[in-house]
Design a protein around this ligand. Structure first.
Ligand SMILES: NC(=O)c1ccc[n+]([C@@H]2O[C@H](COP(=O)([O-])OP(=O)(O)OC[C@H]3O[C@@H](n4cnc5c(N)ncnc54)[C@H](OP(=O)(O)O)[C@@H]3O)[C@@H](O)[C@H]2O)c1
Length: 285
């Protein structure tokens, strides 16, 4: 039987690493999308050590750069005949205004727009799989999110990190729904992984209070291995869960997402704006 391939973004730590490790255990060839080449090599070796004989391809992917996303998609497409699972897992949380190489606000840029471009570029390869799936790691933070297109490329008003994070996670839930509508031949789901003891809250990106609060709270949260459970379920459940485009909680249950996340017009508009923004930034999509 042809070996199945899964690609996981942000596979160098936390939930992404454990998603990749478990998929390797289940016999998938895993492609690790990691922004730091050294970290990618270390993660690949850890997986090979834990799963002797695993097929692991570490590749450099920086979701804050169109050039890097395009190079990654080209390398992946040249390396494997098809892609069965794409896990859009990587994420950034930060409290100060920063931008990506293409001028997008960092959190919407990395968490959502970077994955939008990546998924569009890998769509042809996903279609070559008999049952291609895209798994979108969002967050329950999306319940507090609003979409303000003007904020995708500017810091108008006072910048607040949490609303920007929530916006990016709402965009991911809307994306999963719209992707499933546009591409019913593929499966696409979004999810909340639980509150997980990972490095998502980092001192260099957060205020002191948040960093200390997170350190105190961490022992009461899921392990990253447990946090990977819903991604793994959605990536591998047979038959695939119905309906397509649905949002799931950390217990693998389908959940009603926020009111805004269920708005089909907003999902369509978000898709169109994302496409336009990337074309203006030079992407050929
Ligand atoms: N932990 C939670 O409680 C929680 C709750 C809800 C949702 N989530 C979501 O779960 C996902 C995984 O996060 P985690 O908790 O496992 O935290 P994590 O260990 O910090 O994982 C995030 C990963 O994203 C990568 N990343 C960040 N910016 C990137 C970029 N520009 N290009 C490529 N990769 C980039 C990071 O790579 P580097 O190591 O190089 O920075 C890291 O490996 C995220 O989408 C997060 O928002 C987490």
């Amino acid at each position: 039987m042809e070996e199945k391939t899964a690609c996981i973004t942000g596979a160098g730590s936390g939930i992404g690493f454990h998603t990749a490790l478990e998929l390797a255990r289940q016999g998938y060839r895993v492609i690790l999308g990691i922004r730091n080449a050294e970290k990618a090599a270390i993660s690949a070796n850890e997986i090979r050590k834990a799963v002797p004989g695993a097929s692991v391809l570490p590749m450099t992917l920086d979701l804050s750069s169109r050039v890097s996303i395009e190079a990654f998609a080209a390398e992946l497409s040249a390396s494997v005949p098809s892609l069965d699972i794409l896990v859009n897992n990587a994420g950034q949380m930060c409290s100060t205004y920063k931008t990506t190489a293409d001028g997008f606000e960092l959190q919407i840029g990395v968490n959502y727009l970077g994955h939008f471009l990546l998924t569009r570029l890998l769509h042809g390869h996903l279609k070559k799989s008999p049952e291609g799936r895209v798994i979108v790691v969002s967050s329950s933070a999306h319940y507090g999110g609003k979409i303000d297109f003007e904020r995708f490329r500017s810091d108008k008003g006072k910048y607040r990190g949490m609303p920007a994070y929530a916006q990016s996670k709402l965009a991911k839930v809307l994306f999963a729904r719209e992707f499933a509508r546009r591409h019913p031949e593929l499966r696409c789901y979004s999810l909340h992984p639980g509150v997980v003891a990972s490095d998502i809250v980092r001192g260099e990106n957060q205020g002191l209070l948040m960093t200390i609060g997170w350190a105190l709270f961490k022992p009461f949260t899921f392990s990253p291995r447990r946090g990977a459970k819903t991604s793994l379920y959605l990536a591998t459940a047979s038959p695939p869960p119905e309906p397509n485009g649905q949002y799931f909680d950390e217990h693998q249950h389908p959940m009603r997402p926020s009111r805004l996340a269920q708005d089909p017009e907003l999902a369509r508009e978000l898709w169109e704006v994302s496409e336009r923004l990337w074309r203006e930034a030079g992407a050929k999509i």
